[in-house]
Design a protein around this ligand. Structure first.
Ligand SMILES: [Zn+2]
Length: 617
């Protein structure tokens, strides 16, 4: 009997298994077993690895040499879950950055509710051995690249490493996730590299750290091991709650660089901690405070069952079944909170983000999908932020529904046009789930469709500018920055579809002239994020009006100008090192009158590489 050839073809695998260091090589050596195998979505790869979204380019600029690229599709490598972890083989380094980045991208797609793409046909280029130095960074120039440094440990205080040994930042799970998250945030909100309040850069840093920490809880085995070791206490010091231990110890700090716990909550720190990484740590601590609180609520029943109601665990090792169940709860909750953090992007304004905006967006996103909240994750989150002095502006109270963004019903906006806007976007997202690849033959058709949607959205924004928090002045152009449909599964098992649009607008010329004189190079823009239902009805409008001088432009616009002025004053009153300062004042402010008293003026807009170059990633 002849079997048709097509039926004989083997089905393509869905997942690819790859070995990685769970934390970093130092922790792997100390614990004897912290090497894990993770799985990532399968794609055919070229040597590099080079795939659809990421391309690893192993050029060592310090030694001017290309290292041989790994071919993960080689049958020998496929049959053993990739190369075994090795500090000495650059091909394993390439494999590790590919694996960790791919796993993170998959999680972001889950949270975003759509296929993720970089701009156009760009891929994220990753250089695992980009330079010699104690750092790593995301450089947003030319389509974006991640650059990892390598260095010798501190000879006098190398921590638990050999004095003078090489340390590779591309082998730290946390540093890879942190830098990739910068790239993702930059893709989702490119204007967050313009600081207009003290939280903007700190949000970039804090969010990247929070994602790196949450990814720990997704790693197989690691969680169960530390739950056993610390008897269920996730707040005990362990690689679960610390970031990049090897990096911290090998650079002479004697400890992890940053962690989930932060300083004890103290609302006064919010006014005094301005450096983006340090301020970001307050944000991280607020989120993990909520995680640890909700975790206790989630495992309370298991502990009661295990202790016959006393709540007091007996001495000695915990029963492995209990550890497995507790680890399961911890993992599920971490995933839920990570998804909540990623989903928050649906509501964040296009410019001028604050920690309070994030809190409002996360609460809105979560209550939309999970109206019931048995472990009280949302109130724990609000409480975690409150204890650190972070309150969203303009809320009437701290209950869930007061913190969530208000409904847009009272704005009386007309619905988005179904056939011109909603349907093409929904169709595009739906097709994206079937195949990730950019449509090749149909690329023209796609660009045309996107052009049509952009035009219709622009006309809508122009017509409804005032209700959308934008200025209707004819000279002030409105730009449609991004638009897409998102698909999500609610807790009731039903699909929820939204359309999300970002609109931006520069401030008026007279305001910008004033800003150039008073505020150095701060860029003044407005922006609105609009969230609609699948029937086109507008659900939420989150707007940040362009700063204005005249109260005819609205109180919110005038208030924004005042808040930028406060920010610049606050900034001038401290001496922050590094990229925040414009070093070459003569070039930045050619007029001598402006330069008087200017020593710490903020740079207009940083490349994100600069953000991480003045401070360890
Ligand atoms: Zn960073």
């Amino acid at each position: 009997m002849a079997i048709p050839e097509a039926a004989l073809a083997y089905p393509e695998p869905r997942r690819r298994s790859l070995q990685i260091y769970a934390v970093d090589p130092m922790i792997a050596r100390l614990s004897g077993n912290e090497v894990v195998t993770i799985t990532v979505p399968y794609e055919t790869l070229k040597a590099g690895p080079s795939g659809e979204l990421v391309q690893i380019i192993d050029y060592d600029a310090a030694n001017r040499v290309f290292y041989t690229p790994v071919d993960l599709d080689d049958p020998t490598i496929l049959a053993q879950d990739g190369l075994a972890p090795s500090e000495r083989d650059p091909r394993f380094h390439q494999q590790m950055v590919y694996a960790v980045t791919s796993a993170l991208l998959e999680n972001f797609e889950r949270g975003l509710g759509r296929r993720f793409r970089w701009r156009g046909a760009d891929r994220l280029r990753i250089f695992p051995h980009a330079f010699q130095g104690e750092n790593a960074l995301f450089d947003d120039a030319e389509g974006g690249s991640l650059r990892f440094g390598y260095f010798r440990t501190d000879p006098r205080n190398p921590g638990r490493n050999l004095p003078g040994q090489w340390v590779f930042s591309c082998l730290s799970h946390d540093i890879i996730v942190h830098e990739t998250t910068h790239a993702l945030v930059d893709r989702l909100r490119p204007l967050y590299k313009e600081a207009t309040n003290i939280d903007v850069y700190a949000f970039h840093e804090g969010f990247a750290d929070a994602v790196a920490l949450f990814q720990h809880f997704a790693l197989p085995d690691l969680l169960a091991r530390y739950i056993q070791a610390n008897r269920g206490d996730l707040t005990a010091r362990s690689p679960l709650v610390e970031l990049a231990q090897q990096f911290g110890e090998s650079t002479g700090r004697g400890r992890a660089l940053r962690d989930a716990l932060g300083e004890p909550p103290d609302p006064s720190r919010l006014a005094n901690v301005l450096e983006p990484h340090a301020r970001g740590s307050i944000f991280v601590a607020a989120i993990f405070d909520a995680y640890f609180t909700s975790y206790q609520a989630a495992i309370a029943d298991l502990i009661r069952i295990a202790t016959a109601g006393s709540g007091q665990l007996p001495p000695g090792a915990l029963h492995p079944d209990l550890v497995a169940r507790v680890a399961g709860e911890a993992r599920e909750l971490a995933q839920r909170m990570l998804m909540m953090c990623i989903r928050a992007f649906q509501y964040l304004p296009p410019v001028d983000v604050t920690f309070g905006d994030f809190l409002r967006s996360a609460v809105t996103a979560d209550s939309d999908l999970y109206p019931a909240d048995p472990f009280r994750v949302r109130s724990a989150l609000i409480e975690g932020f409150r204890k650190r002095g972070i309150y969203p502006d303009g809320v009437s109270g701290l209950a869930d529904d007061a913190v969530a963004w208000p409904s847009a019903a009272e704005l009386d906006l007309p619905p988005l046009d179904r056939s011109a806007i909603v349907e093409p976007l929904v169709m595009e997202t739906a097709l994206g789930f079937r195949s990730r690849g950019l449509p090749k033959a149909g690329a023209d058709v796609e660009t045309k469709a996107a052009g049509g949607v952009a035009k219709a959205l622009w006309a809508y924004a122009k017509k409804n500018a005032v209700a959308l928090g934008l200025s209707p002045k004819p000279g002030l152009k409105i730009r449609v920055q991004a638009f897409h449909a998102v698909f999500r599964m609610g807790s009731n098992g039903l699909l929820k579809i939204n359309v999300v649009v970002q609109l931006v607008q520069m401030a008026d010329a007279d305001v910008r002239a004033k800003a150039a004189a008073d505020f150095g190079g701060v860029v003044l823009r407005g922006g609105t994020t609009l969230v609609a239902d699948v029937d086109g009805e507008i659900r939420h409008v989150v707007s940040r009006p362009a700063p204005a001088l005249d109260s005819a432009d609205g109180d919110a616009a005038v208030a924004r100008l005042a808040s930028v002025a406060d920010f610049v004053d606050q900034f001038d009153s401290v001496d922050l090192p590094g990229p925040w300062r414009v070093d070459d004042l003569d070039a930045a402010w050619p007029s001598a009158a402006f330069r008087q008293g200017l020593s710490n003026r903020i740079a207009a807009s940083l490349t994100l590489g600069q953000l991480d170059s003045g401070f360890p990633w």
